[in-house]
Design a protein around this ligand. Structure first.
Ligand code: NAD
Ligand code: LMR
Length: 328
């Protein structure tokens, strides 16, 4: 049980995800319906006025659990005493930008934020990186926070997890609650692998309830490319669903997974399942007493192995690229 008040820092607070996220935090969905919250909003200087506007709306919500809202453009102020940090603000890829440029631009954000977390956050700080490329941004922040236990830096694949559950539930015409033990492996990118071989629908193996062609040619690409499909449809990347997944990730981390189920989160690898130690990769995880643990001992067949390896190889390339840029 969490004792309040809990200080929650949200970066990119004036952005689209921030707008969907802050009101759910204020109404108690992040930590629990009885946990008071102090919000700290971090934005870049030109967006401070927009953040003020959001803070005015938060005040207008008269949320019983919301004790304070502070806004800053200085990471050392915004992360001071933070118990939970949601790193949402990131540099989006713009026209003509190469992947290396994107990684470098994000290094300029996540390096100082990691250093500030190291210096001023609370001892129990938990960090969730949402801003893309989320896994590698988490690696950058972690590298600059040597005094914070490495496992406190996580990246979000809960949106992919939720998308996979929703697609499977629709296919089998079952409620989402019938689906357990779904796993997203690897990177939050189009190489991610949503695994139905360990997932269960009403207690039976999910992969055995769908035909192989649908699993391979429809389910996996639909989940993996859903972010791009949302951008195509909305003209902007997913925001409310991403905020909702961030809420789910932290709520589960703090309050635990249900007996007989697990979730997906990108956490530092301990070498399990052939994922090189230290890479922040998505795994099947349980949560208990505020800690994620990788579900041990799953058998990985050749079909899954190939896809996990491909996504993990991409994470390795991203790590090598940021290493080459001197960001970690
Ligand atoms: P947005 O452009 O609407 O908002 C981003 C905000 O971040 C802006 O207000 C910007 O001013 C701010 N910002 C930029 N640099 C900052 C810094 N150094 N410190 C503090 N704030 C800073 O974008 P959005 O739609 O809210 O998305 C945010 C990020 O989340 C993007 O990188 C997006 O790709 C990513 N995303 C991730 C997932 C996921 O599942 N992991 C899902 C959806 C979106
Ligand atoms: C998503 O999965 O919706 C986003 O990560 C897509 C994106 O590129 O912003």
């Amino acid at each position: 049980m969490v004792q309040g008040p809990v200080t929650v820092t949200v970066t990119g607070a004036a952005g689209q995800i921030g707008y969907a996220l802050l009101f759910r935090i204020a109404s108690g969905h992040l930590l629990g319906a009885d946990v008071p919250v102090k919000l700290r909003l971090l934005e870049i200087t030109p967006a401070l006025k927009a953040a003020e506007g959001t803070a005015m709306e938060l005040a207008d919500g008269a949320f019983p659990l919301l004790q304070s809202v502070d806004i800053s453009d200085d990471p050392r102020v915004a992360f001071d005493g933070a118990n939970v940090a949601l790193l949402v603000g990131a540099r989006p890829r713009t026209k003509g930008m190469e992947r290396g440029d994107l990684l470098e631009a994000n290094g300029g954000i996540f390096k100082p934020q990691g250093a500030a977390i190291n210096e001023v956050a609370a001892d129990d700080i938990k960090v969730l990186v949402v801003g893309n490329p989320a896994n590698t941004n988490a690696l950058i922040a972690q590298a600059h926070a040597p005094d914070v236990p490495a496992e406190r830096f996580t990246a979000m694949t809960r949106l992919d997890h939720n998308r996979a559950i929703s697609q499977l539930a629709a296919k089998l015409d079952v409620p989402v609650t019938a689906i357990k033990k779904l796993t997203i492996w690897g990177n939050h990118s189009a190489t991610q692998y949503p695994d139905l071989f360990h997932a269960e629908v009403n207690g039976k193996v999910a992969a055995e309830q769908v035909d192989e062609a649908w699993l391979r040619d429809t389910f996996i690409p639909t989940v993996a490319k859903r972010g791009a499909a949302i951008i195509e449809a909305r003209g902007a990347s997913s925001a409310a669903s991403a905020a909702s997944a961030a809420i789910d990730h932290v709520f589960t981390w703090v309050n635990g997974t249900a007996e007989g189920d697990w979730t997906s989160a990108a956490i530092p690898s301990d070498g399990s399942y052939g994922v090189p130690e230290g890479l922040i990769s998505s795994f099947p995880v349980t949560a208990k007493d505020g800690k994620f643990s990788i579900v041990p001992g799953l058998e990985i067949d050749a079909f899954s192995r190939e896809r996990i390896d491909a996504s993990v190889a991409e994470l390795g390339e991203e790590r090598d690229a940021v290493r080459g840029l001197g960001l970690i």
